[in-house]
Design a protein around this ligand. Sequence first.
Ligand code: GRF
Length: 199
Amino acid sequence: MAEGSAKQARIAILISGRGSNMIALADAVGSGSIPNAEVAIVISDQPGATGLEKAKQRGIETLVIERRGRTRAEHDREVVTALRDRRIDLVCLAGYMRVLSAEFIGAFRSRILNIHPSLLPSFPGLNAQQQALANGATVSGCTVHYVDETLDGGPIIAQREVAVHKGDTVESLSARILVEEHKLYPDAVAMTLKKLSIK
Ligand code: GRF
């Protein structure tokens, strides 16, 4: 991003599924709560991701880049090329169910964000809400963090707590956490872009 200019930050959002966080980000860009930004592209590794249609309805370019038996590095190289072609400033993972290669992380160092449905470092990896319930946690939540070479272990940008209720199921807890994710992610992206523009 150009320093001190009014240039809009170009955001790419990577999804694999329903894309509700992607929509929250796109709507926050649309309403100006993420200022000076545009969602330049939504990329999915899954052709059937329902979020793709929702992005198209909002007039956002979409692209499917499937793994198709390639190595992680080969697949990521195609993604990185697509991002570079569109001069992307910030990459937001939003339910993107793939671990990124070191090459991808290196190409966008400190410019890749992820949202995770727990208070990291607690419950990294898959099924975070299930892990919280299985561990008898009374509080869980969500975290936005930078993506580095560790699994959900990059520097934390923002977190929000969500109480675990007695009798919560994975579904009920996930739904309550998701409501907070949709507020936290736009806030964290706005904060990160502000930081990038004053560097
Ligand atoms: C969210 O719970 C997010 O925290 C996790 O995957 C889920 C994606 O949901 N990484 P959606 O596709 O954004 O609706």
